[in-house]
Design a protein. Structure first.
Lengths: 114, 111
């Protein structure tokens, strides 16, 4: 069964450093998302991406965050200057399209900012 | 998206049916009911979705009341591996729409 893959599974970074979280969505999917989950809290929407541009973003997704689909397969989330409160699980998801609207999630990247 | 209300936690005996309720009294006509689950800290997993008719797939059944104000997810023969947090989400079925996760129901399947 096709799956969304995320790398790395765990990233430790120092406060103030830039991190890039990588995702490979399912190949024929057209809609891409990033969500995060702080330990013990709800899964929160960050951003959605369609047709090579951001279609929606939450208040969490401020200027420190950016997304990119550099090569037609990878979908990346960049945090420019990490803060302690960015420590969380980050999940990538993709949806095929209007006829199949179930979201497939990756297994997540655990980001720890120290 | 309409808000949903779910019990915080439920227990179920292994092999028995698990019936997880969800209230969504403010659901609008174009909104579907989606169910996802999250096992430990893994990524959420899609289970099933429906508009107004009952739905069944290899994982579960979804029963939606006639007025669409509530629904029940049924796992017919729960196993220990079904222990997870189950999220009921109402959402218009446009593919671009985000999912809004609430607190969900923590289902504990016990031997």
């Amino acid at each position: 069964e096709p799956e969304v893959t995320q790398t790395p599974s765990h990233q430790v970074t120092q406060m103030g450093q830039e991190v890039i979280l990588r995702c490979v969505p399912i190949s024929n999917h057209l809609y891409f998302y990033w969500y995060r989950q702080i330990l013990g809290q709800k899964v929160e929407f960050l951003v959605s991406f369609y047709n090579n541009e951001i279609s929606e973003k939450s208040e969490i997704f401020d200027d420190q965050f950016s997304v990119e689909r550099p090569d037609g397969s990878n979908f990346t989330l960049k945090i420019r200057s990490t803060k302690l409160e960015d420590s969380a699980m980050y999940f990538c998801a993709s949806i095929e399209g209007e006829m199949n609207t179930e979201a497939f999630f990756g297994q997540g990247t655990r980001l720890t900012v120290v | 998206d309409a808000k949903t209300t779910q019990p915080t936690s439920m227990d179920c005996a292994e092999g028995r049916a698990a019936n997880l309720p969800c209230n969504h009294s403010t659901i609008s006509g174009n909104e579907y009911v989606y169910w996802y689950r999250q096992i430990h800290s893994q990524g959420p997993q899609y289970i099933i979705h429906g508009l107004k008719n009952n739905e069944t797939n290899e994982m579960a059944s979804l029963i939606i009341t006639e007025d669409r104000k509530s629904s029940t997810l049924i796992l017919p023969h729960a196993t220990l591996r079904d222990t997870a947090v189950y999220y009921c989400i109402v959402r218009a079925a446009n593919a671009g729409n985000m999912l809004t996760f609430g607190g969900g129901t923590r289902l504990m399947v016990k031997p």
